[in-house]
Design a protein around this ligand. Structure first.
Ligand code: AMP
Length: 574
């Protein structure tokens, strides 16, 4: 590009005059500018003396390089108009100066063979000659075709800027980053001035200037390492006192909300990529944390002592754009007399460390007194899927499960909740509760995770010795044999008998029941109980051909009561 090149600028808002003026100073010939309002014409007169004010069409016709210094929303319409009127012609360079959009709004110009450019000086324009000086050394983001790149670089050099290449697809995010810094900082500083004013400080802007200027400088040079204050010191007492003092003034409630959000964001920023989840123990902490993060929630409920099975549930929803909440609560209401409530493994620290690896935002681990501040007066009554098998052997178990699941769903209000197929009967009961009580969420069932030998992972496997772990492999092996029977056209009864026989021949394994149950209703189609009782099953159902069902076992292996299941597709009537 040579000096004397013919440049036109459409739009004499705050940006256009500075661009024209800088290029003129660099030797370009400004053939004309156009301005729509009186104020814009005045600006053109003041900053570009002697430059003709023309119509938009005329500016286009005279120029080899045309700048569209118009609002973002008008770029496309102005381009299309100029293409139609001959103001934009093949071979001509057409550049806009918006940060948010790329080459798209210039499509009409490129369609006729003009060269489109998106240039964005990352600075605030005042519409005065000060801008020309500020452009010197200012980063100018550009998007162009590979072919037009030298043109973009030459123009940026003429303007005195520093080039910063941006792909079309990255422009919205680039612009969001700048707006987040430059615009939201203003909101924050205005809020902070209100707070100081409410504390009786005169001239709050000046009072905070030294701290703010130093903080901005540190943030820009050192990043998060430049942070000072109570959050980085882990001084929760001071943070809480700040929040309480803001919340005490109704006029500052909005500020309190922003403050809380930024405390959370600051904690995340301090922790970097492997962000530790927030570990919360009270409903109030949970309520606030949920409120501070506006994303929809995905929920995984556990009793802790986490293993890869639990983590697989989390992975299903991690990085989905939802905030992920994991509850860890050993729920006394679902344990019966003489069951292992007291001895159930509790390993919160290890659990949190494992959850940090898979992208969890919040771990809610309340004490019993927080979940049940008094004995429940209202109970959820589970339906017919709760009275058989596990429900018959563990009376009150599903009522206790639904009670805590219902409570957690109401507290956390998830959009998605994930449960494992491992507890298939539990899943059916929860699904029936969600359906019958119209709970507004989507349920997801996750497949069973097993170790390399096929043993279904369970927190209760911790009770097993190495030998018992080997013995426990019989459960999965037996289920696979049962599945083979069904796949080969055998009946449900034959499959169940095959499983029971295999377990009976397996040392150290004492089977409690083997069943085939419909996946949707959990009605039982075939059952073996060793003759002890019918486990709540009064009539056997007939499964629909083609429907899905579970083959299920429960067995005692050493000190642990284990359950396992596999899904099967029903071939013929059973
Ligand atoms: P628990 O901590 O035993 O209450 O289990 C919490 C959730 O993890 C439930 O939805 C279980 O079904 C699920 N879960 C437990 N074990 C496994 C496993 N081996 N594979 C997949 N999900 C599991």
């Amino acid at each position: 590009m040579s000096a004397g090149v013919r440049v036109g600028v459409i739009g004499m808002g705050n940006v256009g005059p500075a661009i024209a003026s800088s290029l003129r100073a660099a030797g370009a010939r400004i053939v004309g500018v156009s301005a729509r309002s009186a104020a814009a014409r005045d600006r053109a007169d003041a900053m570009l003396p002697g430059v003709p004010l023309l119509t938009e069409d005329e500016v286009g016709r005279q120029a080899e390089i045309l700048f569209l210094a118009v609002p973002d929303g008008q770029i496309q319409a102005v381009t299309e108009h100029l293409v139609a009127s001959g103001g934009i012609r093949p071979g001509m360079v057409v550049a806009h100066l918006s940060g948010a959009v790329g080459l798209d709004p210039l499509a009409a110009a490129s369609a006729i063979g003009a060269i489109p450019l998106a240039l964005h000086p990352a600075m605030t324009f005042s519409g005065t000659s000060l801008d020309v000086r500020r452009l010197q050394g200012c980063p100018i983001a550009y998007t162009s075709s590979e072919l037009a790149r030298p043109v973009a670089l030459a123009l940026i050099e003429y303007l005195g800027g520093v080039p910063l290449r941006l792909d079309e697809a990255d422009r919205p995010r680039y612009h969001a980053g700048l707006a987040h810094a430059a615009n939201h900082l203003v909101t924050l500083l205005v809020q902070a001035q209100d707070v100081l004013e409410s504390a009786g400080v005169d001239g709050p802007g000046e009072a905070m200037r030294p701290l703010v200027e130093a903080a901005v400088e540190r943030a820009l040079t050192e990043g998060i390492d430049g942070l000072t204050g109570p959050v980085v010191r882990g001084d929760d007492a001071t943070v809480n006192a700040h929040i309480a003092s803001l919340e005490a003034d109704p006029e500052l409630r909005d500020v309190a909300r922003t403050y809380r959000s930024l405390v959370q964001a600051t904690r995340v920023a301090l922790k970097g990529d492997s962000a530790e989840p927030l570990v919360l123990h009270t409903r109030e902490q949970l309520r606030r944390a949920l409120e501070d993060d506006p994303r929809p929630t995905s929920l995984v409920m556990t009793m802790g002592a986490l293993h890869a099975g639990h983590l697989s549930l989390v992975k299903l929803v991690a990085r989905s754009g939802h905030k992920v909440v994991v509850t860890i609560f050993v729920n006394p209401e679902q344990f019966g007399e003489g069951e292992d409530f007291d001895s159930y493994p509790r390993t919160l620290e290890e659990d949190v460390a494992a959850l940090a690896e898979v992208g969890v935002d919040i771990v809610y681990a309340p004490p019993v007194s927080e979940v049940y501040p008094h004995p429940s007066r209202i109970h959820i009554t589970p339906g017919p899927a709760s009275t058989t098998l596990e429900g018959a052997l563990r009376p009150g178990h599903f009522a206790g499960v639904l009670q805590v699941v219902g409570k957690m769903m109401n507290l956390i209000r998830p959009r998605v909740a994930v449960f494992g197929q491992k507890d298939a009967q539990q899943f059916v009961n929860i699904r029936q509760m969600v359906e019958d009580l119209d709970l507004p969420l989507e349920l997801v069932q996750a497949p069973i995770v097993r170790d390399e030998d096929g043993l279904a992972l369970s927190s209760r496997n911790a009770y097993l010795s190495d030998q018992e772990k080997v013995q426990a492999l019989a459960l999965n092996r037996a289920l696979e044999l049962g599945r083979e029977v069904l796949d080969g056209g055998g009946s449900g009864e034959e499959a169940v008998t095959k499983i029971a026989d295999h377990l009976a021949a397996s040392p150290g394994v004492e089977a409690q029941y083997v069943a085939l149950a419909a996946a949707d209703s959990f009605e039982v189609a075939a059952l073996w109980t060793g003759g002890s009782s019918s486990l709540g099953v009064e009539n056997l159902t007939v499964l629909q051909p083609g429907s899905e069902a579970y083959l299920l076992v429960a067995a005692q292996v050493g000190p642990a009561r284990l359950i396992d299941n596999v899904t099967v597709r029903v071939k013929a009537d059973d």
